[in-house]
Design a binder for this molecule. Structure first.
Ligand SMILES: CC/C=C\C/C=C\C/C=C\C/C=C/C(=O)SCCNC(=O)CCNC(=O)[C@H](O)C(C)(C)COP(=O)(O)OP(=O)(O)OC[C@H]1O[C@@H](n2cnc3c(N)ncnc32)[C@H](O)[C@@H]1OP(=O)(O)O
Ligand code: FAD
Length: 672
């Protein structure tokens, strides 16, 4: 319907090719560093290719589809991936290949909560017999489960959850009830339409006594008809800001009976006579959340910001607007220092959070190994670290994606850029898996407790909080000094708020009031604590990584930029704490600007090194060839509103005025 408009060789393609020629480092080697080695890059590419070449996984661009189509396609693809593609290619969970899986998944998919929450919960909370019964069924999609914890009335405060599981000794069943409308489960992913089971978190009641939140497997739909079972009201909660392909659901249960064996009973059990047996700490009930907070940031936030950076930096390298030299040619917007100041720190955030996250995953794996031997002494530390890490990463990456989107001007507002999709995908990461403020407060609670202890009684990674402040020797811009600066700031923040808490409680104020009145500073200390962790982990990575000099230099520059950018955007905090002087702050700002200039020629190379395929981004602005304008036009042509040359409804409603206009104009014409 539309004619083709094409340039033989667009100026934009030429510009991006030039950028690549100017890069001062081997891009492929940086890709290997990013992936964790050459072999990992090869493996990832193999998996991505396997998925992208599969005809079943092809579909129209998401911005041309309705929610219904997006949900339907995502379900079809997900079912195919988990039941055919993965098993047929030996990509079983836990394998090395599986690690690269999130990069290979189609841009929209579902059943992920079943895979990342329902299945792990069976493993964490189920006895050996329960795992043997439920796990194979779940892995084969014979049963599909949601993680049903949040209710209409309560998400953060889990002790307030109202759904009840009352033990009926006579029938040896639990009776599940949502006593009020506010007790209805609300939000769980995959639950509205796809799930036939749910891992329901409910308050256990035996003989009228409450035992707190426990995990129950509840069948919610018939396995042959997929109809809701008696007593179950289930459905989709409706349209959201994003996640269109996912059926976040509601679930109302009235007198739904499940066998006694459906209480996942690795950590606590109800005997046939109603005796409650506690086998492990109540805290382990929260283990599923720690697991997700450790493992989700990479795929749900860091990779999302990496994609946004790829789009915004490639586009900024080809988008020419205005002049730098009077009388000269128009420049790429990436040549403006202010554009660099928006985008290049986002690249630094991607690297910092990725390598820090890998450190937390290792710590968590060590914790799980100890837990298997009955030792959970590190639980409080890993909870505090993972809670603030999830909060900080989701916050930094969400802010970063919005910076990237706005940095693309008007085209960043178009769905065709891919950026609104990324923003809507990443925004809820600040809420799910624990609302960020609530998580920071959890970390602060731990830090304040630590502040009253001796260094020898604290984990190694926390002891600095109570040790003397270290002196910085030399320039603030050295990586060693950045670590000292952030450690000192975290220690002073925590000590300061702990002092305030103690003083207020010594004056007789109740602890809950003290806590509420100190909460602004508590959150600040948790943020500073996790920042010192991220910077420390990034510096260690950069120091230890084996790579060529040019790559090392880029990583060092990104690391320094990450720390300095944070200092420059929060300089008031550092000055107030007395950790930095005005002179330090001026130097930090000047050095950041120098680093931007130094990194600028490598910016396109650095995003190329993330190695996202065009189809994994669905972005007209971020495609490898830089052909942004032709792609935007091609995408506009696919808009469902352009199906007919004349849109019937637009014509119908406007026609009377158009005819009036025609008559007036023709009258004017004939008078002339
Ligand atoms: C294409 C891509 C497609 C899609 C999908 C992508 C991604 C997936 C998307 C979504 C999945 C989302 C899932 C969810 O959101 S599931 C729901 C998550 N909900 C939460 O995280 C709730 C947050 N609330 C809590 O964690 C707690 O209730 C809270 C700790 C805030 C309660 O505070 P309270 O003061 O009431 O604490 P207590 O319950 O009394 O406990 C105090 C005690 O326990 C310690 N604690 C708390 N949490 C943990 C934990 N997780 N691990 C270990 N220990 C914990 C806490 O420190 C206290 O200890 P102490 O100081 O020693 O008393
Ligand atoms: C896309 C998406 C997917 C989800 N998937 C699932 C799922 O699969 N399964 C599931 O069970 N749940 C899921 N959830 C629910 C999610 O876990 C909750 O929304 C989340 O835990 C926050 O709880 P809330 O909604 O009750 O927020 P609230 O706690 O009501 O937060 C509202 C405000 O109150 C503040 N606040 C709350 N408590 C405190 C406090 N103690 N101190 C200071 N401020 C406080 C918060 O900071 C926030 O500003 C999902 C949510 C989303 C958006």
């Amino acid at each position: 319907m539309f004619s083709t408009v094409k340039d033989d060789m667009s100026i934009e393609s030429t510009l991006i090719s030039k950028e690549r020629k100017n890069a001062k480092f081997p891009v492929e080697e940086l890709t290997n560093v990013w992936d964790g080695g050459k072999e990992e890059t090869e493996l990832r590419r193999k998996i991505v290719k396997l998925f992208e070449d599969d005809p079943v996984l092809k579909s129209p661009p998401i911005c041309t589809m309705t929610r219904e189509e997006r949900f339907t396609k995502a379900t079809r693809k997900s079912a195919y991936i988990y039941r055919n593609l993965i098993p047929n290619n030996g990509l079983h969970p836990g394998s090395r290949e599986f690690e690269h899986f999130s990069r290979a998944m189609p841009i929209e998919n579902n059943l992920l909560v079943h895979m990342i929450a329902f299945i792990p919960c069976i493993k964490s909370f189920g006895s050996q017999e329960q795992v043997a019964k439920w796990l194979p069924l779940a892995l084969n999609l014979n049963i599909i489960g949601a993680y049903a914890q949040t209710e209409l009335g309560h998400g953060s405060f889990l002790r307030g959850i109202e759904t009840e599981a009352t033990f009926d000794k006579k029938t040896q069943e639990f009776v599940i009830n949502c006593p009020k409308v506010s007790s209805m489960k609300w939000w769980p992913g995959d639950m509205g339409l796809n799930a036939n089971h749910a891992l329901v978190m409910a308050n256990l009641i035996i003989d009228g006594k409450e035992y707190g939140m426990h995990a129950f497997i509840v069948q919610i739909r018939d396995l042959s008809t997929h109809m809701p079972l008696p007593g179950v009201t289930v459905g989709d909660i409706g349209s959201k800001m994003g996640f269109e392909a996912i059926d976040n659901g509601f679930l109302y249960m009235k007198n739904v009976r499940i066998p006694r064996e459906n209480l996942l009973n690795k950590n606590s059990e109800v005997k046939p006579d109603g005796t409650y047996v506690k086998k492990a700490s109540d805290r382990l009930m929260y283990g599923s959340m720690v697991n997700l907070r450790v493992n989700l940031p990479k795929s749900q936030a860091i990779d999302v910001l990496a994609k946004a950076c790829t789009i915004a930096i490639r586009y900024s390298a080809v988008r020419r607007q205005g002049l730098l030299n009077p009388g000269g040619a128009e420049v790429a917007v990436l040549d403006y220092t202010l554009q660099q100041h928006k985008l290049i720190p986002q690249l630094a955030t991607v690297y910092a959070t990725k390598f820090a996250g890998e450190g937390i995953i290792k710590k968590h794996q060590a914790f799980l190994q100890n837990m298997a031997k009955g030792n959970i002494s590190d639980l409080a530390e890993i909870h505090a670290l993972s809670a603030s890490f999830k909060a900080s990463v989701s916050e930094q990456c969400t802010e970063g994606v919005e910076v990237c989107r706005r940095a693309c001007g008007g085209h960043g507002y178009s769905q065709a850029s891919g950026l609104p999709f990324l923003l809507c995908k990443i925004t809820p990461s600040c809420t799910y898996e624990g609302e960020n403020t609530v998580l920071y407060l959890q970390t602060a609670r731990y830090l304040v407790k630590c502040a009253s202890k001796q260094a020898a009684d604290l984990p190694e990674s926390i002891a600095f909080l109570v040790q003397p402040i270290q002196d910085m020797k030399g320039s603030i811009t050295s990586l060693d000094n950045l670590i000292i600066c952030f450690k000192n700031s975290a220690a002073l923040c925590v000590q300061g708020v702990s002092k305030k808490v103690n003083e207020m409680s010594n004056k007789g104020l109740a602890m809950h009031e003290v806590w509420n009145k100190s909460s602004v500073q508590l959150v600040k200390s948790a943020k500073m604590y996790v920042m010192q962790y991220i910077i420390g982990a990034f510096v260690s990575f950069v120091t230890e990584v084996k790579c060529s000099e040019p790559i090392k230099e880029i990583l060092q520059d990104l690391c320094c930029l990450y720390g300095l950018h944070y200092i420059n955007t929060h300089s008031g905090e550092f000055l107030k704490l007395g950790v930095l002087s005005a002179h330090h702050c001026t130097l930090a700002e000047e050095t950041e600007i120098q680093l931007l200039e130094k990194l600028r020629p490598n910016a396109v190379g650095i995003v190329d090194a993330f190695d996202f395929t065009d189809s994994s981004m669905e972005s007209c602005l971020g495609a490898y060839d830089g052909n942004v304008y032709e792609r935007l036009f091609d995408m506009a042509k696919l808009s469902p509103l352009n199906k007919e040359k004349v849109h019937q409804e637009s014509y119908r409603h406007l026609r009377p005025f158009l005819l009036e206009g025609r008559d007036i104009l023709e009258g004017v014409k004939s008078k002339n």
